[in-house]
Design a protein around this ligand. Structure first.
Ligand code: KG4
Ligand code: ZN
Length: 350
């Protein structure tokens, strides 16, 4: 395969195994998703209140190739139709990353395809620009935009001036926003991962019932560990008999504090950098309160907002495939061996 870029019609295989979702996708160079399959491991890790790395790696090993076979079968595509392979290189759990990388390297070698290792966070930043029959983004990734990336492992705000040019404006100094949701869910006995459950229960609660702190509200970085401690203190102070009835109010108030912090920082960044295009992405962008308040704000301020549909909010191979397609199109390649990067910063710090 020659080292020039891919053309517009090229199809790239994306492989994502950084944490507890095994995913493959077939994506065109224009970001059109032909197929995206995700196998979560919630039933495997749920009873441990967190992801067990060894079990996650083993699950990826068992499930990745059957998932790929399913993707080919669903789309009637075969290796002839694939022009490149993209795999998550990091950040993530080293054993999980290794399964994806070794699989991708083997496939690239045996099928003679170019290969690129992708920063998972770049995948999240680009996910709002994926396209399928039900979803079209409201603007193109080639325009300057701000990206709030909020997931179980990461919380960061980026300024993107042009493709591949990421400036890190701020990130969490302790817990990620999704981690804060998950930890409250464990404290309330709601299972893991619990962001979706809290979102659900919060619908029935009063967001003003409890005053949770808004840490580092005006600072460039994020912090959520104090919020978690405040929730723990509150839960410990409640009689056991009151906890069930107080749970929706706790969820609503806690969620409000997280959403308030996230949106306040996004609003400040919009003012500071005079950028009118905004994306919110990552697993926490599935949160209904965040989506509603963000859309109201964007409409009020005349901003263009893109939040991906739920299937591209949480971890998926489509975002990796498309980030890979853009890099391969630009002539970028990873040399073998691709080393997993459990810690992998995206962009320059400003
Ligand atoms: O992006 P993702 O799938 O994985 C990481 O890269 O971390 O994000 C998973 C996170 C979990 O913490 C989960 O609880 C959270 O996203 N999440 C939500 C919602 N759906 C998923 N958090 C709040 N509200 C939701 N509806
Ligand atoms: Zn992620």
């Amino acid at each position: 395969m020659k080292q020039t870029g891919l053309d517009q019609e090229s199809v790239v295989l994306g492989i994502e195994t950084s944490c507890d979702d095994t995913s493959i996708a077939l994506v065109s160079s224009t970001g059109q998703v032909l197929c995206s399959l995700v196998l979560d491991q919630n039933s495997v890790h749920g009873s441990f209140s967190g992801v067990v790395p060894e079990m996650a790696g083993r699950q990826h090993l068992e499930n990745l190739i059957p998932l790929l076979d399913k993707g080919f079968a669903q789309t009637n595509l075969d290796w002839e139709c694939i022009q490149g392979i993209a795999v998550t290189q990091g950040p993530g759990l080293v054993g999980c990353l290794l399964v994806g990388i070794l699989t991708a390297e083997t496939l690239a070698l045996t099928q003679n395809k170019p290969l690129i290792g992708i920063n998972h966070l770049e995948g999240h930043v680009l996910a709002p620009f994926l396209k399928d029959k039900q979803y079209q983004p409201s603007f193109e990734h080639t325009q300057p935009f701000l990206a709030l990336t909020v997931s179980g492992g990461h919380t960061a705000l980026y300024k993107v001036d042009a493709p591949f040019q990421y400036e890190l404006l701020g990130s969490t100094v302790d817990d990620a926003a999704g981690e804060a949701f998950d930890k409250l869910a464990v404290m309330l006995g709601l299972g893991f991962p619990g962001g979706g459950q809290i979102d659900q229960l919060a619908q029935m609660g009063d967001s003003k019932a409890y005053a949770f702190p808004r840490p580092l509200l005006k600072a460039k970085n994020f912090s959520f560990s104090g919020l978690k401690t405040a929730a723990l203190r509150l839960i410990e102070s409640l009689p056991t008999s009151k906890l069930a009835s107080a749970t929706p109010d706790i969820c609503a108030s806690y969620q409000e504090a997280i959403v308030d912090v996230l949106l306040t920082k996004l609003m400040l960044a919009v003012q500071t950098h005079s950028i009118k295009n905004v994306v919110i992405t990552g697993g926490v962008s599935a949160n209904r309160r965040l989506r509603t308040l963000a859309q109201d704000w964007a409409d009020g301020e005349g901003l263009t907002l893109a939040i991906p549909p739920l299937r591209y909010c949480t971890d998926n191979g489509a975002m990796i495939g498309w980030a890979g397609a853009l890099h391969l199109q630009a002539g970028h390649r990873s040399s073998s061996p691709i080393l997993p990067k459990p810690v992998f910063r995206l962009g320059m710090v400003v």
